[in-house]
Design a protein around this ligand. Structure first.
Ligand code: DX5
Ligand code: ZN
Length: 528
């Protein structure tokens, strides 16, 4: 969002490459690297060299969010005298007011950053220091011969403290990399240079984290993570379109684009639904069909009338899948069991407000945060929103608002849940809540848009996914409804802001397949 604000304000910049690398840079700065925003030149820091330096707006946004500068300075992007030039300038203490703290490398000319990284990594190794060096390179950038000279040198010097990350979005300045200068088979190329090669989906945080920890164990070789990404990911009409390599959106589109970035819908199939058990198969099929999370309903026969499965099942499922596990504990006294679910390998663990008091919640919350697990809290349709939650919003990543009384899949959606959700969302927004709202119970192709409008962004779907045999089609159908919900909302915003036809024009290719459902056939016709 900061990147878009900066680029729109400047009227120029590179949105595409900022978005393809968003998760990569996010994981590095918020999960992996040792660094101190208050002391950018701290000797113990890990180094990030942004070799594909045109991703500067995204890079600045990450550094600002991490606390290196104030976020409002993003609006000076590309202005005369600003520290935020179109391509980053290395920080130096002598030039404090003219350079951006946290930047290790002045970029802009492609192909050079990997060589600089080798210099840093080699020096650290010779000095017996533990610092690690991470370098982001582009696939268009890989046309440069210097990249391959560096590839040879890094393996000659056995730089196991160096990790290159290739932002493999397959688009460079003027077109598709494979047309301009084919890079594939890129894995084999790096392996032939004697690098350790790992390949991931560069938008899946769990895969990036996993790859970064795997490469730490490799000795005597540099590593490269080939991150398959989408240029312009997050804004549909920019995605995979070479035109958006280095073009700013019109400034007036900013509010709609910011809304789009906050409108992403995650689909979370609940495996208790459908035919009993067969959980392994259900997880596999949902993952193959592109589910974002797996929702795991734990029911103890006391807090709810039925029993489902427990931590041992999750532990087993963890071994067959890397998809994030969203565990919903519908159990009495969760405080006594939460440890088992932490050990089982959950990514999100949600407890019910009806099952714990504030002090128990605080204790659970501490355990989860310490283990790196996202804490969630769930509330039943009949429960009054407890005011003590407000105090802890900073430590809550997921808020499940139930739209059925928990206990069974396949129940009918309770329409009153919508008003309740909207009301809770209002309270949360006014208290600056940054986490997700999750809708759980009776979510299907008809109710999805309603809970989306009320504020939900994670959609649990049991019966809608597993209630009929074609799981793939069921997920595709939900995804389609999610798109309709998002586009409807953006279109409304465009209409309110008096730029309906302008918006439809920039979005045309995305909107044509949805024209009927969005009732915009006439608008589209008028544009032609
Ligand atoms: C309710 C559970 C749900 C629910 C989802 O007890 O928390 O996750 O079963 O299933 P559907 O989508 O069928 O309501
Ligand atoms: Zn649930």
């Amino acid at each position: 969002m900061l990147a878009i604000q900066g680029i729109a304000e400047a009227g120029s910049g590179h949105p595409g490459a900022s978005f393809s690398a968003a998760e990569i840079m996010g994981v590095l700065y918020f999960h992996k690297m040792k660094h101190k925003p208050s002391d950018p030149l701290w000797e113990g820091r890990d180094y990030f060299v942004n070799s594909k330096a045109h991703s500067a707006p995204g890079f600045y946004a990450v550094l600002a969010t991490a606390g290196y500068i104030e976020t409002k300075e993003i609006k000076t992007l590309r202005k005369l005298g600003s520290r935020l030039q179109g391509h980053p300038v290395r920080y130096s203490e002598r030039q404090k007011n003219h350079s951006f703290p946290g930047i290790e490398y002045s970029g802009g000319s492609e192909g050079i950053g990997l060589s600089v990284s080798i210099g840093i990594a080699l020096a650290k190794k010779r000095d017996g220091q533990k610092n690690r060096v991470y370098t982001l390179i582009g696939d268009g950038e890989s046309n440069e011969g210097q990249i391959w000279e560096a590839a040879m040198a890094a393996s000659k010097f056995k730089l196991d403290n160096l990790v290159a990350i290739l932002d493999r979005n397959k688009i460079q300045q003027d077109g598709f990399t494979e047309e301009i200068m084919p890079l594939d088979p890129v894995r084999d190329k790096w392996a032939a240079f004697n690098w350790n090669v790992v390949e991931v989906n560069g938008h899946k945080i769990e895969q990036i984290i996993d790859a970064l920890s795997r490469v730490e164990k490799v000795e005597d070789k540099p590593s490269i993570i080939i991150a398959n990404t989408t240029k312009g990911k997050g804004i549909k009409h920019m995605a995979n379109n070479p035109q958006w390599h280095g073009k700013a959106p019109p400034k007036k589109h900013t509010p709609i684009l910011l809304e789009e970035l906050q409108s992403e819908i995650l689909i979370a199939p609940s495996i208790i639904a459908g035919e009993p058990e067969n959980y392994e198969e259900k997880v596999r099929r949902a993952e193959r069909a592109g589910a974002d999370l797996i929702h795991l309903d734990i029911m103890d026969g006391k807090f709810v009338p039925t029993t489902s499965f427990f931590a041992d099942t999750i532990k087993h499922l963890r071994k067959i899948s890397s998809i994030p596990f969203d565990t919903h504990l519908m159990i009495e006294k969760p405080i006594n069991h939460v440890e088992e679910y932490i050990d089982a390998g959950c990514d999100i663990i949600t407890v019910h407000v009806e099952a714990c008091n504030e002090s128990e919640f605080v204790e659970i919350n501490k355990m989860l945060l310490k283990a790196g697990i996202s804490p969630g809290i769930a509330i039943n349709p009949g429960t009054q929103f407890p005011s003590w939650i407000i105090e802890h919003l900073n430590n809550i990543d997921v808020m499940i608002i139930m739209s059925v009384n928990p206990g069974f899949a396949g129940q009918k959606f309770i329409p009153d849940a919508l008003d309740k959700m909207a009301e809770i969302v209002k309270t949360l927004k006014s208290n600056n809540y940054k986490g997700f709202i999750e809708a759980d119970g009776g979510i299907d192709a008809t109710t999805l848009q309603q809970v989306f409008d009320a504020g939900a962004r994670i959609m649990v779907a049991g019966n809608a996914v597993y209630g009929s045999p074609d799981i793939n089609s069921n997920i595709i159908q939900l995804r389609h409804k999610a798109n309709v919900a998002i586009e409807t909302k953006l279109l409304e915003l465009a209409t309110i802001n008096d730029m309906r036809s302008d918006w439809i024009k920039s979005r045309k290719n995305m909107l044509i397949p949805l024209a009927k459902e969005l009732s915009i056939e006439e608008d589209l016709h008028a544009i032609k």
